[in-house]
Design a protein around this ligand. Structure first.
Ligand SMILES: Nc1nc2c(ncn2[C@@H]2O[C@H](COP(=O)(O)OP(=O)(O)OP(=O)(O)O)[C@@H](O)[C@H]2O)c(=O)[nH]1
Ligand SMILES: [Mg+2]
Length: 409
């Protein structure tokens, strides 16, 4: 009896020892486990999600707590989604592109971006089996896609938290979810540009060096001229040699007049003179070019504020809109540029240029999500006609068209 008790005690001690050894080994392997993609990229850890069954109805793309109201009507990926409300630049002439030519322009402009992170997504979901490993890889692709960490997280959570286990094995359901959430992100709730009732409507265009401000102004001038508006340009970049001549070339192409100042003269006097001329001579639109500047240049930033004050003196309420031009090829830098400018002054719209030359066109998702400023136009080439009003639905359709089998969003 005593021997049996001793054997039993020895067995219990043995089992306890084995358990201790196993626990230590598992703790060591956890320590050695590679960092997840968020840690490696230095972004916030994933917010704990509620167990799925607690959620009566998944809310794709709903903003996290404290981020303002949810979009009025999030798209349901399993049902045909309603056409998204386009962020129109103005009613009428700037209707969202619906014709085949405009769709093709979007598609061509986004070709490089489709070859980037969208192609990586395509490879992921083209596999025979989609499993937990695929979800990890989805997270990695999204967070390294130059769409900004917040937009990446929003899309990731909408897939992970919004789809059932069965749906997560179905690539078409995942694509539908990605498209619907992307469209929600892009549909920034902003009123269309109110041009009417202002004679003239004054637009100030700003941004860092070389992003495409002057080119965009030339494109806008022609577009609005062709719409039947009387357009005047103001050569407010008096710093860079030949900047005024460059705007003159665009004015000639668009067949609109220009007010120019002296090289190294005061840009605010050019803006003042142009707005006065606009008022006196019944122009519909005055577009003001400005010198490229970095946010860190306090002198030039103060000058922008002065330009705005002077514009208001020339015509109370002017400038009616201030658009920041961002270069898509700079990826997430574009987001930080806009953030720093926005901290200093009111930005009412974004123009995203060089989509055609960039694999980072997805940055528009980050811009819309983080800045909540509407993207008004996108540049899809260097020619005068290469400007398109921004339309979230057309953008999403063009962005994901190849990889997701061309299903419309
Ligand atoms: N591919 C492509 N190139 C563009 C686009 N928009 C502008 N560019 C090119 O970008 C370069 C710079 O354009 P600008 O209009 O001079 O830029 P900016 O912001 O006025 O430059 P600064 O006045 O020097 O600050 C030019 O070579 C343009 O042709 C676009 O949508 N696509
Ligand atoms: Mg310029």
């Amino acid at each position: 009896m005593q021997t049996e008790l001793l054997e039993l005690a020895a067995a219990i001690v043995g089992i306890a020892l084995i358990m201790v050894v196993l626990r230590r080994a598992s703790a060591r392997s956890r320590e050695r486990a590679p960092m997840n993609v968020r840690e490696r990229l230095g972004v916030e850890p994933e917010a704990p999600t509620k167990p799925k069954r607690e959620r009566k109805r998944p809310r794709p793309g709903a903003p996290e707590a404290g981020q303002g109201p949810a979009p009025a009507k999030p798209s349901e990926p399993t049902q045909p989604s309603e056409p998204a409300k386009p962020s129109k630049a103005e009613p009428g002439p700037d209707e969202a592109p619906t014709d085949a030519e405009a769709r093709e322009a979007y598609k061509a402009g986004l070709a490089k971006t489709r070859g980037g992170f969208v192609a990586r997504l395509g490879k992921l979901f083209g596999r025979k089996k989609i499993d937990a490993q695929t979800l990890d890889e989805l997270e990695e692709v999204l967070f390294t896609a130059d769409i900004g960490p917040r937009a990446a997280d929003r899309i990731f959570q909408s897939v992970k938290g919004g789809l059932s286990k069965d749906d997560l094995e179905d690539a078409s359901k995942i694509w539908a979810r990605i498209r619907a959430t992307s469209k929600d992100i892009l549909s920034v709730d902003a009123p269309p540009v109110a041009m009417t009732g202002k004679q003239p409507f004054v637009l100030l265009v700003l941004g860092v060096n070389g992003v495409g401000k002057t080119t965009t102004i030339g494109k806008l001038a022609q577009k609005w001229k062709l719409d039947g508006r009387k357009v005047l340009l103001a050569a407010g970049d008096t710093y860079r040699a030949a900047a005024t001549e460059q705007l003159e070339v665009w004015a000639d192409r668009a067949e609109v007049p220009i007010v120019r100042g002296k090289q190294n003269g005061d840009p605010s006097s050019v803006i003042f003179e142009a707005i006065k001329k606009g008022v006196d001579e019944g122009f519909d639109i005055v577009i003001c070019d400005t010198a490229g500047r970095l946010h860190s240049n306090a002198g030039l930033m103060d000058e922008l504020k002065k330009l705005r004050r002077v514009a208001d003196k020339a015509m109370p309420g002017a400038p009616h809109e201030t658009w920041m031009v961002l270069d898509a090829t700079t990826g997430q830098n574009a987001i930080s540029q806009a953030k720093t400018f926005k901290a200093d002054m009111e930005i009412t719209g974004i123009v995203l240029t060089k989509l055609d030359g960039s694999a980072k066109g997805g940055v528009v998702l980050g811009i819309c999500d983080e800045l909540k400023v509407p993207v008004r136009f996108v540049g899809v080439g260097e020619k005068i006609g290469d400007l398109r009003p921004f339309d979230p639905a057309a953008f999403v359709e063009a962005l994901y068209s190849d990889a997701s089998g061309g299903e419309p969003s």
